[in-house]
Structures are given as structure tokens and as C-alpha cells.
Design a protein around this ligand. Structure first.
Ligand code: AMP
Length: 120
């Protein structure tokens, strides 16, 4: 799947769509999910153009991959999520229900999060 430069997160990265920005460094930005599924629901996205985890892991260089995952951990630390616990999740493709074709990690926290995967 080729990268769609007009997907909503690409537009957020270009500043064309507003977001509640919580963190930024040279590799990633983090912002609040517009439709939160938990008291804390944050999205962390790489600045590079990658469709999903599959694309990111195949094409990003080592510095981008390390920088991105360090940013995810840093966001969780800055938002004080470590003591209570948090879940990170990335959807790839149809069965996972990926909606936005720019790689992103969800961070959920703020309550017990239940089963890892829905039963049905
Ligand atoms: P996924 O299903 O993993 O692709 O998740 C996409 C997420 O992006 C969903 O949780 C949406 O609520 C969220 N989302 C979509 N548009 C926006 C937006 N403009 N600002 C913040 N979050 C968004």
C-alpha cells in the first residue's frame, strides 16, 4: 500500500488540521485522540511517511525506529502513566481495524483496561 500524503495524520503533521499536541521531538509527535477510548488516550506518530507498523519496520532506518520508540516511552513518562500502568497498541491493516494509514501507536491509561483483545 502506498502512502497517502493527504491522510489525516499527515495533515496534522503539516499543521493543516489542529490537534491537542502533547509532545514533539525530531522523530515523533504525540497528541490526544479525538475520540478517546480511555481517560488517557494519546497517539504517537513518527514524522516520516509510513503507512503502518509493517511499512515502518521495513523501511525506516535504525535512528528513526529507535527515536520513535524512545519518544513513545518518553510520552508515557511525561504524562505520568508508568505508576498506574498503560497499554500501547498499533493496528495494522483490515483485521486490526486500522483507520488512519499513517503509522501510529495508541497509549491508553487511567483505568483498568480489561482484556487485551475483544472476545469477538
Ligand atoms: P486506528 O484505528 O488504529 O487507525 O486509529 C485511528 C485513531 O485516530 C482513532 O482512535 C481516531 O479516534 C483517531 N483520530 C482520527 N482523526 C483524528 C484527529 N483529527 N485527531 C485526533 N485523533 C484522530
Amino acid at each position: 500500500m502506498s502512502y497517502d500524503p493527504n491522510n489525516v495524520f499527515a495533515r496534522i503533521l503539516r499543521g493543516e488540521i489542529p490537534c491537542e499536541r502533547l509532545y514533539e521531538d525530531s522523530f515523533a509527535i504525540a497528541f490526544a485522540d479525538i475520540s478517546p477510548q480511555a481517560p488517557v488516550h494519546v497517539l504517537v506518530i513518527p514524522k516520516g511517511s509510513y503507512v503502518s507498523m509493517a511499512d515502518f519496520s521495513a523501511r525506516a532506518d535504525d535512528a528513526e525506529i529507535a527515536g520513535f520508540f524512545k519518544a513513545v516511552g518518553e510520552v508515557a513518562r511525561r504524562l505520568d502513566l508508568e505508576a498506574g500502568g498503560y497499554r500501547m497498541l498499533a493496528n495494522h491493516g483490515a483485521d486490526a481495524g486500522q483507520e488512519v494509514p499513517h503509522f501510529h501507536v495508541h497509549l491508553f491509561a487511567g483505568r483498568p483496561l480489561g482484556r487485551m483483545v475483544a472476545k469477538e
